[in-house]
Design a protein around this ligand. Structure first.
Ligand SMILES: NC(=O)c1ccc[n+]([C@@H]2O[C@H](COP(=O)([O-])OP(=O)(O)OC[C@H]3O[C@@H](n4cnc5c(N)ncnc54)[C@H](O)[C@@H]3O)[C@@H](O)[C@H]2O)c1
Length: 252
């Protein structure tokens, strides 16, 4: 059987974190040429080397998603050296434990810069290259917190993730007849190395599991599978949609 991303160049942001790491490993296993990007170029190169040693094809590049010049430079470099881009996964995102009252202008700007502006800049700069490369797919990682109010905290994170959900639909309509599909993935509570450290033994962990109908946290690989579906031709008639990977959280 043909691998699901053969001949595709896939750029992933925040690719050395929990979910991003799972995505680049899935993509490499499906024969994509993976561009591993994150803020620390050294760590990106290490992950790319691991993927290459395991038989995949990957390059690692530093990319701060808040920086428009950095986007221009990375997209140019990838377009030239790898011959185009077929898949963009806007995965980088950050949250702060603020609420509507404790949010400051500083935390607001910081969270929106990465989690909202970064997604727009990615679509703006990689979208046209995807179109010129013969079409492809953009997958924006939102959250259940882009759709529902959660626990009434992480105010700026909800603002940004809600925007990601709607920017996805707007961009999907913009490119609908031009071969660029745009969809969002909405993870629920996912266990990552970072979250395991932060949440172990806390009441927050109990609340997350207790509020998830399936009664457990999600795995990064389960999010990567959803991203892979939207990145591949299996979703060729899917655009502007939102895919929940949340153990039933938003079904209630
Ligand atoms: N883990 C969860 O439970 C969960 C749930 C819903 C949504 N999400 C979303 O999934 C995505 C990945 O989350 P994760 O759990 O793997 O988090 P993570 O913190 O492990 O990974 C996020 C990555 O983004 C990178 N990043 C931060 N600022 C950046 C910037 N300016 N430019 C480029 N990269 C930057 C970090 O270096 C990190 O590698 C995020 O968008 C997050 O909001 C996660």
């Amino acid at each position: 059987m043909k691998a699901r991303l053969s001949g595709r160049v896939a750029l992933v942001t925040g690719a050395t974190g929990g979910i991003g790491d799972a995505v680049v490993r899935r993509f490499a296993a499906e024969d994509a040429t993976v561009v591993v990007t994150d803020v620390d170029p050294g760590r990106c190169q290490e992950v790319a080397e691991e993927l290459t040693k395991a038989g995949g094809r990957a390059v690692g590049l530093g990319l701060d998603v808040t920086d428009e010049r950095a986007w221009e430079s990375v997209v140019n470099e990838v377009g030239t050296s790898l011959g185009g881009i077929s898949v963009l996964v806007n995965n980088a995102g950050i949250a702060r434990m603020t609420d509507v009252e404790t949010e400051t202008l500083e935390t607001w700007e910081e969270v929106l810069a990465v989690t909202q502006r970064g997604v727009w800049l990615g679509m703006k700069h990689a979208g046209p290259v995807i179109e010129r490369s013969g079409g492809g797919s953009i997958v924006n990682v939102s959250s259940i917190f882009g759709t529902v109010g959660g626990f009434g905290g992480q105010f700026s994170y909800h603002a940004a993730k809600g925007a990601v959900r709607l920017m996805t639909k707007n961009a999907a309509l913009h490119w609908a007849t031009r071969g660029v599909r745009v969809n969002s993935v909405h993870p629920g509570f996912i266990e990552t190395p970072l979250s395991r450290k932060l949440w172990r033994g806390t009441s927050r962990l109990d609340a997350m599991i207790g509020n998830t109908p399936m009664g457990r946290l999600g795995r990064t690989g389960e999010v990567a599978d959803a991203v892979l579906f939207l990145a591949s031709d299996e979703s060729s008639f899917v655009t502007g949609s939102e895919l929940y990977v949340d153990g039933g959280y938003t079904a209630r």
